[in-house]
Design a protein around this ligand. Structure first.
Ligand code: GDP
Ligand code: MG
Length: 173
């Protein structure tokens, strides 16, 4: 058994790359074909956290495509200790919706460790969100901000490593 287990939510509009991020972090793969995540509740990864000096069991919960229908249930949010708010480089609407996702999580979970993540950084040519406004949003929401690419394997591990440490700080306070 592990001393620390943490449930992590990855929220954001459909197709921003949430399932890809979870898969990349947990299994180290990227696939270009879009697969609806149906029936999969979560993937697990045991990660050694250098700052805490121990193994942490992370349960990464996926939304099974329900985000498009606004039918995410309480079960999904219950007991979460950390959350990734994700929007895509190429999807303006997903950027606009970030604060709504944040409120939904906070309504169910209270204040938990959260970070803001811009996905698909490799598609910078097709960007519809400015560098400045993304950073501004992070500042307004009081969140640490990361640009990631599952395709190029950029910053994906870092996001989850930092979240573990942040969640531990929330748990202490
Ligand atoms: P979800 O609906 O948020 O779970 O999104 P998915 O993980 O299913 O990804 C939606 C689409 O975006 C799929 O076609 C993925 O292959 C693609 N995708 C995900 N991450 C990246 C990335 O970092 N770069 C690029 N170019 N495509 C990505
Ligand atoms: Mg998905």
């Amino acid at each position: 058994d592990f001393e620390k287990t943490i449930k992590v939510l990855i929220v954001g509009n459909g197709k921003v790359g949430k399932s890809s991020m979870i898969r990349r972090f947990c299994t180290g793969t990227f696939t270009n074909t879009y697969k609806r995540t149906i029936g999969v509740d979560f993937l697990e990864k045991v990660q050694y956290c250098r700052e805490l000096g121990e193994d942490v069991r992370m349960m990464l919960w996926d939304t099974a495509g329900q985000e498009e229908y606004d039918t995410i249930t309480r079960t999904y949010y219950r007991g979460a200790g950390a959350c990734v708010l994700a929007f895509s480089t190429t999807d303006r609407d997903s950027f606009r919706t970030v604060s709504t996702w944040k409120k939904k999580v906070e309504a169910e979970c209270g204040e938990i460790a959260m970070v803001l993540v811009q996905t698909k950084a490799d598609l910078i040519d097709q960007a519809v969100v400015d560098k400045d406004e993304a950073e501004q949003l992070a500042e307004n929401l009081g969140l640490k901000f990361y640009r990631t690419s599952v395709k190029d394997n950029l910053n994906v591990d870092l996001v989850f490593e930092d979240l573990v440490v942040l969640a531990d700080r929330y748990a202490q306070s």
